[in-house]
Design a protein around this ligand. Structure first.
Ligand SMILES: Cc1cc2nc3c(=O)[nH]c(=O)nc-3n(C[C@H](O)[C@H](O)[C@H](O)COP(=O)(O)OP(=O)(O)OC[C@H]3O[C@@H](n4cnc5c(N)ncnc54)[C@H](O)[C@@H]3O)c2cc1C
Length: 477
């Protein structure tokens, strides 16, 4: 392998791009399914980025909130690394062109979200933070001489030599397969929401990177912890759903069942403003029993101005939220588990690294604190890029004969995939029970494809954890 053998980064979201940029001047080959920010969850982030940089705030306070949200299943050392690096991460994003929202006097604006003990969230363009951050990152990557971009490819295999990962196998849009050797392979392929019947994620967040890692036998961790957003817009037959922001309930909107009865009244002292998981479970139950609705008519004529994103999503589907209740459903939103990595993104197999939502370094514990994941992508991506920058190529010469290709098994046919997603939502959704998990495992075995193999591992992890913890809620039988 020549000294110029690239670092291969799979995935062009916030984590992949932060890694690729920080690896300069080492050559990077960036492989993505689509050009720019298309199909990328990072571009959809609406909340913002958590950073303890307001006057009086401290990384320790942010770390405390992160661990409370994560039910203290977090790795405290990694959490400290995240929260103490947040100021520098925000500065770096500003330096590459992200204009965070400011007060007229120039001070940064800080928003507050559930689980944070004070206003701590920076935004760019209001609820368009992810899109603005991705614009800046994509532009920086396009301008970076050390990054070669190849879009329109599906990475569907890993190259192994002497027990190490030494490259990838990919297929382009014409179905041509090729192999590329690298000095390191970084999986930054995002989450698994696309494996569930209802998700807030793009369909591209299908867990394919996680399944590749699974295929080579790398250690995975905390797979049972999946966060569900309580209120996505319920659209029959639609997989990837727009979110109906929790801020609507903050403005007085109420959840109701299909008969118009208040859903949250006797469930939690905070009623409609109960923690996300509690609401998700109740809404899930109501959906099983006939449907869940959010009555947001209290917002009235101001709706388009105050909640433009939700307003347009509803109107696009023939629902006028000023006068009609909004049908809602929980949706798979974020995966806390993933490829087991250390603080430097190293997996259990040499040559293979992971960062962002596909990775699990323990930072989120059993549940993610709002607005911590964009931050995670920047902090751990930049850290990993800087480490890989100094990495020597592992071999003098690539030897195609010495490398073994470990491919994804077949992908599921569309009909089977839809059926598998329904199984996962039903058995590994916001409410889980032993019999359901067992049934889910049995149903998975009937499918033949990498998605089913991965789903089996998720179900096994959920079955093994018999007590509720964080986002993993077990109904006791
Ligand atoms: C609607 C929504 C709102 C959110 N709001 C917030 C928020 O306000 N704040 C916050 O911190 N987090 C938020 N999140 C979570 C956050 O956006 C994600 O966790 C984070 O962006 C994940 O970044 P990533 O780089 O790991 O993955 P992604 O951004 O998902 O990027 C993954 C990349 O990998 C590529 N890829 C996948 N598989 C392959 C393959 N086999 N071959 C080639 N390429 C592949 C994809 O095409 C994509 O380019 C939100 C998520 C959603 C869905």
């Amino acid at each position: 392998m020549s000294a110029a053998a690239p670092i291969i980064v799979v995935g062009g979201g916030i984590a992949g791009l932060a890694t690729a940029l920080a690896a300069a001047p080492a050559p990077v080959l960036l492989l993505t399914r689509a050009p720019g920010a298309k199909g990328v969850a990072s571009a959809m982030a609406q909340g913002g980025i958590a950073a303890a940089i307001a006057e009086g705030d401290t990384p320790a306070a942010h770390a405390h909130d992160t661990c409370v949200a994560g039910s203290h299943h977090n790795d405290a050392r990694i959490v400290e690394l995240l929260t103490s690096s947040a100021g520098e991460a925000v500065q770096w994003l500003q330096a590459i062109g992200v204009a965070f929202d400011r007060h007229p006097d120039g001070r940064l604006q800080f928003g507050r979200e559930g689980g944070h003990d004070r206003p701590r969230i920076v935004h760019a363009g209001g609820d368009a933070t992810g899109a603005r951050v991705m614009e800046a990152l994509v532009a920086a990557a396009r301008a970076a001489a050390h990054i070669t971009r190849q879009a329109g490819v599906e990475v569907d295999g890993l190259l192994m030599r002497d027990g190490q990962v030494c490259g990838v196998c990919m297929t382009d849009a014409e179905g041509r397969r090729s192999v590329v050797h690298g000095r390191a392979v970084v999986l930054a392929t995002g989450g698994i929401g696309g494996l569930f019947a209802q998700t807030s994620n793009p369909a591209d967040a299908d867990g394919s990177g996680l399944a590749l890692a699974q295929a080579v036998g790398v250690r995975l961790r905390d797979l049972e912890f999946v966060q569900f957003h309580p209120t996505a817009l319920a659209l029959p037959g639609v997989h990837s759903l727009p979110l109906v922001t929790e801020a609507l309930r903050g403005a007085g909107a109420t959840l109701r069942d299909s008969l118009g009865r208040a859903l949250m009244a006797d469930v939690h002292p905070l009623g409609d403003l109960a923690p996300r998981d509690t609401v998700a479970r109740r809404v899930f139950q109501a959906c099983q029993d006939g449907g869940a609705l959010l009555d947001a008519s209290v917002v009235g004529a101001d709706f388009p101005k105050r909640f433009p994103t939700v307003f347009h999503a509803c109107m696009d589907h023939g629902i006028d939220p000023r006068v009609q209740p909004i049908p809602v459903t929980p949706a798979a939103h974020f995966h806390m588990g993933g490829i087991d990595v250390d603080a430097d993104g190293r997996s259990s197999i040499a040559g293979l690294y992971a960062v962002g939502e596909v990775a699990c370094n323990g930072v989120h514990g059993a549940n993610r604190l709002a607005s911590n994941s964009l931050l995670e992508g920047v902090v751990f991506g930049r850290r990993l890029g800087a480490i890989l920058r100094g990495l020597p190529p592992p071999y003098d010469q690539p030897d195609a004969n010495a490398a073994q290709i470990v491919l994804h098994p077949e992908s599921l046919a569309e009909g089977d995939l839809i059926a598998l997603r329904a199984v996962l939502m039903q058995t590994m959704g916001p409410l889980r029970c032993q019999a359901g998990l067992k049934e889910g495992r049995r149903a998975c075995a009937a499918f033949n494809g990498w998605q089913a193999t991965l789903a089996g591992a998720l179900l096994d992890a959920a079955t093994a954890r018999r007590e509720s913890l964080g986002a993993h809620f077990r109904v006791q039988e």
